[in-house]
Ligand binder design. Structure first.
Ligand code: DOR
Ligand code: ZN
Length: 436
């Protein structure tokens, strides 16, 4: 099979390339990348990418696929279909399934499901501690041998600092990055949204930014002590961004991510966004996420961190929940929102607003996650996997949860009009999603 994607502008930060190029895919890999017109069209399937941007396949390094155990929320099949539809050729899936992915048998099951039903590549993240209870370490060597590319107790922090130190030391011996869910559970207490004026107005219990920041600092300090590679998940506050900026200036091996909701929304979204919200708060449980949507000040700092390179990755933290967990009182609702099918559209707002050049966005969504997790892909160099995302930067579309491939509907962006989306996704040279 020989496929030529012709006439587009190739954006590949790994080669510092942003120019018109024709891309040839053969045997699942990039076979050639040449100036327009150089590669002959005869005998090949040709896709016309005139006016479009041809990018290395996007990688979402923070996704919850819910399989095994919570298949009513999502499965490997539906989650990876949502990924392909959203422009992602690969996802890293967090271990807070049932059972937790804390042993090789679970990792292998996930990979078997992915091989059978996956529309995107699946890279499992193994648990740091058994059952993610924060007590006893898992067998990292076995998890790595089974296919885990990183370790995390995401959804929960490792509260005990000594356990976290040992986890970082042990992960280092296998050269596995540790992904930290930075949250001090004592400080969070029974908070349900960002601690601030909006929580006060709504009469809801708050989660201070400090609940994240003290753990961001602790984990950076412990990673330094252990000589380990640390990646901080879903940063949401100005303080976290400042701490990471300083750590990077000191030369520490730390990377971090944020999610589209943290640079798009603020805690105001909890009170709803429709006309109704002006009259009465609607307590939108789709805006209940952990860490919580923060203040305007925090949002601006996250955007500044994306612009100046402090933040390495945009990941969705796609966290599907059913109506059973969401159509309940705000305080009782589950934390989490889905993001695979809106991540690109929301992130492109930063490009249209002039905050980020497109090449930097592709670095945040492909080059850097590939580098941090040590994955193949993240580039369109000759010989790389034929994983490609073709983006129409200007196509307007309306977010409609009823069209989502995800099983869940917990998305606070329903009805939003966005500009730009992935119109074609190829995994290993095969089309896994194409916009009509
Ligand atoms: O909002 C969240 N949902 N934050 C997390 O850390 C976990 C996730 C989930 O698994 O639902
Ligand atoms: Zn998390």
């Amino acid at each position: 099979m020989s496929l030529l994607i012709a006439g587009g502008v190739v954006v590949d930060p790994a080669q510092e390339l942003e120019e018109p190029r024709d891309l040839l895919l053969e045997d699942g890999r990039v076979a050639a990348l040449e100036l327009p017109g150089v590669i002959p069209r005869e005998g090949r399937r040709v896709i016309d990418a005139t006016g479009l941007f041809v990018c290395p396949g996007l990688i979402d390094m923070h996704v919850h696929l819910r399989e095994p155990g919570e298949e009513y929320k999502e499965t490997v099949a539906t989650g990876t279909r949502a990924a392909a539809r959203g422009g992602f050729t690969a996802v890293a899936c967090m271990p807070n399934t049932r059972p937790v992915n804390d042993q090789a048998a679970v990792t292998r099951f996930i990979l078997e499901q992915a091989a059978r039903h996956g529309s995107a590549r699946v890279w499992p993240v193994g648990a740091l501690t058994q059952g993610s209870r924060g007590e006893a370490l898992c067998e990292y060597g076995e998890l790595k041998a089974a296919g885990c590319v990183a370790l995390s107790d995401d959804g929960r922090p490792v509260m005990n600092s000594l356990v976290m130190r040992r986890a970082l030391e042990y992960a280092r011996t296998f050269d596995l990055p540790v992904i930290s869910h930075a949250e001090d559970l004592e400080l969070r207490a029974d908070g349900v949204m960002h601690e601030g004026e909006v929580a006060h107005r709504l009469g809801l219990k708050g989660i201070p930014g400090a609940a994240e920041e003290v753990m961001v600092y602790r984990d950076i300090r412990l990673a330094w002590l252990a000589g380990a590679r640390l990646h901080l998940a879903h940063l949401s506050t100005a303080g976290s961004v400042a701490i990471v900026r300083e750590a990077k200036m000191a030369g520490l091996a730390v990377t971090c991510e944020t999610a589209p909701h943290y640079f798009t929304l603020t805690d105001e979204a909890v009170a709803g966004q429709g006309p109704d919200a002006l009259v009465r708060p609607v307590f939108d449980t789709h805006a209940k996420v952990n860490p919580p949507l923060r203040s305007r000040f925090d949002r601006e700092a996250v955007i500044a961190g994306l612009a100046d390179g402090t933040i390495d990755v945009i990941a969705s933290d796609h966290a599907p929940h059913s109506v059973l967990e969401k159509e309940v009182e705000f305080a009782e609702a589950a934390f989490g929102l889905i993001g695979l099918e809106t991540s690109v559209g929301l992130s492109l707002r930063l490009v249209h607003e002039g905050v980020l050049p497109l090449s930097r966005l592709i670095a945040l969504m492909s080059t850097n996650p590939a580098r941090i997790l040590g994955l193949p892909g993240g580039t369109l160099k000759v010989g790389a996997p034929g994983d490609v995302t073709v983006i129409d930067l200007f196509r307007p579309w309306t977010v409609d949860v009823n069209l989502f491939a995800s099983k869940s509907r917990n998305c606070p962006f329903h009805g939003w009009v966005l500009k730009g989306k992935a119109v074609l996704t190829l995994r290993g040279g095969e089309v896994v999603w194409q916009e009509e």
